[in-house]
Design a protein around this ligand. Structure first.
Ligand code: XMP
Length: 315
């Protein structure tokens, strides 16, 4: 067993040794992993560490504001890059999940390289954790399950040297380190949002309309799960806009519309997961709200598969 306090000093020392007198940018997303990585790097490098938040326009509703507020409580005031238009135009019409991740990874790298050049930074600090490494097939002989954008998705010829202090940790360990660093519980226990955001929660070709629909449905899921007081028990809870269409009826007429899938899972480390037994009334309430507040959606289904054989995200 290891002591989180000693671990922090070791990790800080590791970054100091790697980066020396150079400058680094830290890509922060507001997730626990990138926040811990940035704080460790800040302890090591002081004001030679420049946190950067890329707003790719694919965040869940309210996430950007929520995250920036939480980051400021631990002294991280990132430079904010508004790249929504750039990401959306590049992703529009892209259907393949791995292609979506590649596009996001490529744009991320481009934006970060540009910012790094302006700041004179040679290093990029990322919150990559062990499951990202395994599932992206980065360990020798491994199969690629999904290229999590912050690993496999970054182009190999990126002109920045990577600093990944959390590469060997699981998320539950990162959360212990986060508490040791005084990161607020709300951020430590915030549900993970995948790097490519809602782009991998619209099944098939991405469009702005579908993005708007999934964002709205997702906001309803969060609001309902949180006000039922269940968020603490769940690893993740979100909505997916499926590629299916189905028949519904509104008033006296047929309406042919989208199918939204709800996903809520319990997990320790995202390597395995089981569907949460949400109360029936809550599922019904969410279905009712989504179909009444979003006219394009006529049907809501609940995903009851475990990981494996499913994964947590649909793409
Ligand atoms: P899966 O869907 O592979 O997800 O069971 C496991 C965990 O990883 C998150 N996830 C991602 N995170 N970039 C990320 O940074 C990605 O491309 C990505 N894909 C999935 C997912 O939300 C879950 O917590």
């Amino acid at each position: 067993s290891w002591r989180p306090g000693d671990m922090v000093s070791e990790l800080v020392e590791g970054v100091r040794l790697q980066v020396g007198d150079a400058r680094a940018v830290a890509a922060v997303s507001g997730g626990v992993d990138s926040t811990v990585a940035a704080l460790i790097a800040k302890k090591a490098l002081g004001d030679r560490l420049h946190p950067v938040f890329i707003d790719h326009g694919l965040h869940p509703e309210g996430e950007v504001e929520r995250v920036l507020k939480l980051l400021s409580t631990v002294g991280i005031e990132p430079m904010i890059i508004d790249a929504g238009e750039q990401f959306l135009s590049a992703l529009e019409g892209v259907a393949d999940p791995e292609e979506k991740r590649r596009v996001v990874g490529r744009l991320y790298a481009e934006v970060l390289e540009l910012v790094a050049r302006e700041l004179g930074a040679e290093y990029l600090v990322q919150g990559t954790i062990y499951p990202d490494v395994i599932e992206s097939g980065a360990s020798p002989g491994a199969d690629v399950i999904k290229t999590h954008h912050n690993v496999g998705g970054l182009p190999r010829d990126m002109g920045l040297k990577l600093v990944e202090p959390l590469r060997l940790f699981y998320k539950d360990e990162v959360r212990v380190i986060a508490e040791k660093l005084g990161i607020p519980r709300e951020l430590v226990w915030k549900q993970p949002v995948p790097g490519p955001g809602l782009a991998v929660r619209v099944e098939g070709p991405l469009t702005r309309e579908k993005l708007r629909i999934v964002r709205h449905a997702d906001a309803i899921v969060r609001e309902e799960v949180e006000s039922a007081g269940l968020s603490g028990r769940l690893w993740q809870y979100f909505a997916v806009l499926t590629a299916s269409k189905a028949t519904g009826v509104r008033g006296d007429s047929r309406s042919y519309g989208y199918v939204v899938a709800l996903r809520a899972v319990e997990s320790m480390d995202a390597m395995t997961a089981k569907p949460a037994e949400l109360p029936w009334w809550l599922l019904e309430r969410i279905a009712w709200r989504i179909t009444s507040e979003i006219p394009e959606v006529v049907r809501v289904v609940y995903d009851i598969t475990s990981k494996p054989p499913s994964t947590i995200e649909w793409e």
